[in-house]
Every structure is written in C-alpha cells, then in structure tokens.
Design a protein around this ligand. Structure first.
Ligand code: NPW
Ligand code: ADP
Ligand code: MG
Length: 282
C-alpha cells in the first residue's frame, strides 16, 4: 500500500466553501437523518443536532414514535417524521425530497427495520451516509450495496468494518480488503478509530485532527450528522468525507483545554462546531 495522504488544515481550508451572504435555508440544503429506536433516541438527537449545526438549512429526522417528544423538545429546530411503529423503524416514508440522507445510528437490527432499510435503499436517490446498524444489517446482505448511490459514505468503527469485510490478519490486509471493498461497491469507507482513514478506491487519506477525548458514546453518531450536512450543502462525497472527519476531530482539539479527556462528551463535539468552522476562515 502507498503511504496515506494526510488530511491537513491547508487542504480543508481549500475545500471549505464559506456561507454566501445571499443564501437562504432552502439553498443551504435539506438533510434527512434516519435514526433511533427505543433506548437509543439519543443517537438520533446527536446526529440531528450535529447535522443542523454543520450548516445545512433544514433537517428532518425520521424516528420511531417513542422518540417524538424527546426529539422535538431536545432540538426544536429539527422537523420530525415518525414511523407507525412505537419502538423501532418499520417503514421509512419521507414527505420531501432530501439533498442528503444519513441512516443507521441507533436503529437496531429488528427484522422490520431490516426490511425498511432495504425498501429505503431501493427508492433512495439522494447522497447517502451509512453508519452503525445500517452497516450491521448490510453486512449480512452485501448485495444491497449495489442499490446505493455511487460514492455513498460508510463510517464503520473497527468492529463494524470487520462485519463488512471479514477478519484480517494484519494492518496491511485490513487496508487491502477495505480498498477492494471500496472499489467493488464504488463507495467511500471512513475507517474510524484512534486514527481515522478515509478510503476512496485505492486512495487512502489519514485524518490529522482529533484525540482520545472522542472515545465517548455518541461520538460517531455526531460524525454521521456532520457528513450528512456537508453532503446536503452540495459538497461532493470525496470532499465531504475528508472535511467531515477533519471538523469532527477539530472540535475535540479545540475543546480539550476546557474539558480534558475525561469530561468531554459527544455534545461537546456539537458545542464546538462553531469554533471549528471559524478556525478555517482565512
Ligand atoms: N446515546 C445513544 O443512543 C447511543 C447509541 N449508540 C448506538 O448503539 C448501537 C451500537 O453501537 P456500538 O458501536 O456501541 O456497538 P457495536 O457495533 O457492537 O460495537 C461495539 C464494539 O465494537 C468494538 N470496537 C472495536 N474497535 C472499536 C472502536 N474503535 N470504536 C468502537 N467500538 C470498537 C468493541 O468491541 P471489543 O473491542 O471490546 O471487542 C465494542 O464493544 C449503534 O446503533 C449506535 O449508533 C451508540 O452510538 C452509543 C450512544
Ligand atoms: N482514541 C481516539 N482518538 C481519536 N478519535 C477517536 C478515538 N476513539 C474514538 N475516536 C473517534 O470517535 C468516533 C467513535 O465512533 P463510534 O464508535 O461509531 O461511536 P458511537 O457509535 O458511540 O457514536 C469515531 O469518529 C472515532 O474515530
Ligand atoms: Mg457508531
């Protein structure tokens, strides 16, 4: 394997498109987050809030009924559409055409949710982020990846990656298998971990921001929201995937002085998104 390209601040500053003063919320993009099940509505809250706080104009979140009040009270800026089922997602129906969709955090693996994911993948045309249980379900149905838009972004942590590509015997085999997977299915794989690598076909990019404070519940759910927001704003997946992981890591680098490693939580990622964007302005 070639040595990875580093995702540096200089490159991200070139990718970053500051907000046009004449824009409006319709132009900023409408993102959809499909997330949550009973006991894991927090994943939907975190993904939705990070999505809205990363610059898209509108966010609609699709959740099972049990999450309705939680979501509306936690984030009044986000619109909510509920499934007919109370505890988990069974039938994804969206009253809009989204500019991007992020699906998977906290959805679980109930049979009804698996069917709903399949039906959704069959009809969806919007740029897509697949995370968490969406990946776990797809691991058992890899042919479903033939349904997703080219350059869909997958964000597995190492266990989820193993479910997708199978076990590896060395680091280099892990990269080889992930590159082959990215090529076969024409997707971008963000291999999350203490070091995060973005694999786009045979190109490997290593993120240079972030620290161990990110090792906390919901940290990946917020990354899904950030990536979905960038896609909804029109960033191409090859740029959104690098920009998103860099911004996500940057929030932890900014927050660390105040929170230390121990008290940093996923909500601190969201809280520091503003400072992260500001630090990219020339
Ligand atoms: N508030 C909420 O609503 C929250 C909801 N959430 C939702 O819960 C669902 C389950 O998600 P999950 O990721 O916790 O479970 P799972 O896929 O079994 O993986 C966990 C196992 O993987 C391993 N592991 C190895 N390397 C790793 C790494 N770098 N990063 C992470 N793990 C790594 C490690 O195993 P070990 O190394 O111990 O063998 C570990 O035991 C999912 O839908 C998610 O969105 C969460 O976001 C939390 C907040
Ligand atoms: N030690 C670490 N250093 C830097 N980043 C980390 C570290 N541990 C975890 N992360 C980052 O935190 C996020 C964790 O994602 P994930 O495991 O999906 O969390 P969750 O499912 O709880 O939301 C990933 O972006 C990962 O790269
Ligand atoms: Mg996760």
């Amino acid at each position: 394997m070639k040595s990875p390209y580093l995702i540096t601040k200089e490159e991200i500053v070139r990718i970053y498109k500051p907000v046009n003063p004449h824009t409006h919320k319709g132009i900023q993009g409408h993102a959809v987050i499909i997330a949550g099940s009973y006991g894991k509505i927090g994943a939907a809250v975190l993904a939705s809030k990070s999505c809205l706080k990363s610059g898209c104009g509108l966010v609609t979140t699709f959740i099972p009924k049990c999450g309705y009040q939680i979501l509306q009270i936690s984030i009044p800026e986000v619109m909510t559409v509920t499934d007919e089922s109370i505890n988990f997602i069974t039938n994804i129906h969206l009253p809009l055409i989204p500019q991007a969709v992020g699906i998977g955090p906290g959805i679980g693996k109930e049979l009804g949710t698996q069917k709903a994911l399949f039906e959704f993948l069959r009809v969806n045309k919007a740029p897509l982020v697949l995370d968490a249980d969406a990946l776990n379900i797809i691991s058992e149905n890899l042919s479903w990846l033939e349904l997703v838009p080219e350059d869909t972004i997958l964000t597995p942590h190492s266990k989820e990656l193993e479910r997708l590509i199978g076990k590896w015997n060395s680091e280099s085999e892990k990269f080889q298998k992930t590159i082959a997977f990215s090529e076969k299915y024409k997707v971008i794989v963000v291999m999350k971990g203490a070091r995060t690598f973005t694999i786009n076909r045979n190109s490997v990019y290593e993120n240079t921001s972030g620290n161990a404070a990110l090792a906390t519940a919901g940290s990946g759910d917020t990354l899904t929201g950030i990536l979905t927001s960038l896609l909804a704003q029109g960033y191409e997946p090859k740029y959104a995937s690098k920009f998103g992981v860099y911004l996500h890591g940057l929030t932890a680098d900014i927050a660390l002085r105040k929170t230390g490693y121990e008290s940093f939580i996923a909500s601190d990622i969201i809280k520091n998104l503003g400072k992260a964007f500001l630090s990219l302005e020339k």
